[in-house]
Design a protein around this ligand. Structure first.
Ligand code: KIV
Ligand code: ZN
Length: 385
């Protein structure tokens, strides 16, 4: 199977979420959890952006082992020097340089001609190569760039020594088939494409970051960038926990493997949520509190007979101990009987019917019925009788 690498940017792009401000001890804790989760690369920060970012990258590079550490730099010598200075002590350092390639960014933001952008991109890779062998190059706003211009600039940065070529959907604009077609177009035309890794980096403005990343993997991308819980600029980045599980559950479809230890999924998600203060919505795929909760009677009955009736993956896969049968107005006798057994309540058939009636009546007043509610009903029944 083709190996797809996971590049985590929770500490760089994720930290760019409005309202998120992580300090060094928290960043180190997240970095260690990411190593346990099995990511290949941690993008630890953007050293030239602030002294605090510099110190965080430096500390992660010095203290975290068993993972490649990357630092971001604009295509400016001073940024690249700062990235290397911060990365010096990393076991496996990578400098990640970027420059925008779309007409709107080149004209209004950079105020550079396309020729000057190619020149600056090549110079940045050559500069980074003086320090490290592993250099990632990103075409910011690739998905709103001209594909033939991308072929030209990607060919030039590979010739200059880039080892990874990242084609970000910076503004979350692209559609899955279009993104896949863009990867194929470029990979087929660029000399030396087989020597480098092609990487996907998606934002979620249209809710397509995960779908777009998966489409790029289908088209041949061998590195996926994203963040835990999908945190990041505006609507966020592609959620790595969703991508990891999708590639595993549908490995029949994707035919790739990652080095992720999926049993760490929920743990790392909860840690990032707690330290960033960003709650995980209950209905979020894979890591939401309801991701393995069944409420309707038909679903509960099915899951009790065979979990695969309504579960495409086991809760244990992502590190949970079991699924959850949530008792509410849609729950049936089967689930209710299981719950009584789980609570250690043994009742006669007549008592069961009486309790079930009381339970149904309570669901008219309360949306979710807790274990304490059921124990209270059983207590009332025993004392009324
Ligand atoms: O979204 C983006 O284009 C980025 C680059 C800096 C890689 O985050
Ligand atoms: Zn980004």
């Amino acid at each position: 199977m083709r190996r797809v690498e996971i590049f985590d940017t929770t500490l760089r792009d994720g930290e760019q979420s409005a309202g998120v401000n992580l300090h060094l001890p928290e960043k180190l804790e997240i970095a260690r959890a990411l190593v346990a989760y099995g990511v290949d690369t941690i993008e630890a920060g953007f050293p030239a952006s602030s002294p605090e970012d510099f110190r965080s990258v430096q500390a992660i590079a010095r203290e975290v082992r068993g993972v490649r550490v990357a630092a971001l730099a604009r295509s400016l010598p001073a940024d690249i020097d700062a990235a290397y200075e911060a990365l010096r002590e990393a076991e496996e350092p990578r400098i990640h340089v970027f420059i925008a390639t779309s007409p709107i960014h080149m004209e209004y933001k950079l105020r550079l001609s396309p020729d000057a952008v190619v020149e600056r991109a090549v110079a940045s890779v050559l500069h980074a190569k003086r320090y490290v062998s592993d250099v990632e190059w990103s075409a910011e706003d690739a998905t709103r760039s001209d594909w033939d211009f991308l072929v030209r600039i990607v060919s030039a940065v590979i010739a200059a020594g880039a080892t990874v070529v990242n084609l970000p959907d910076t503004v979350g604009y692209v559609q899955p088939e279009e993104y896949a077609a863009m990867f194929r177009y470029i990979m087929e035309r660029v000399p030396g494409a087989e020597r480098v890794k092609f990487s996907t980096h998606c934002h979620d403005d249209l809710g397509l970051a995960v779908a777009n990343s998966l489409a790029a993997v289908r088209a041949g991308a061998t590195q996926v960038e994203g963040t835990i819980n999908g945190i990041g600029e505006r609507a966020g980045n592609a959620a790595l926990e969703e991508i990891g599980v999708a590639l595993h559950v549908r490995r029949d479809f994707y035919g790739v493997e990652t080095g992720l230890n999926l049993r760490e999924t929920v743990r790392v998600s909860k840690l990032v949520s707690r330290l960033t203060g960003f709650p995980v919505p209950p209905n979020k795929a894979v890591v939401g509190a309801n991701a393995f909760a069944h409420e309707s009677g038909i679903h509960q009955d099915g899951v009790l007979k065979h979990a695969a009736t309504y579960e495409i993956m086991s809760p244990e896969l992502v590190g949970l101990s079991s699924n959850r049968l949530v008792l509410g107005k849609h729950s049936g006798r089967h689930a209710f009987r299981e719950k009584l057994a789980e609570l250690g309540l043994s009742v006669t058939e007549a008592e069961f019917e009486e309790l079930f009636r009381a339970f149904k009546e309570l669901t008219g007043k309360k949306k979710t019925i807790t274990d304490d509610d059921i124990l209270a009903l059983a207590f009332d029944m025993a004392h009324d009788g």
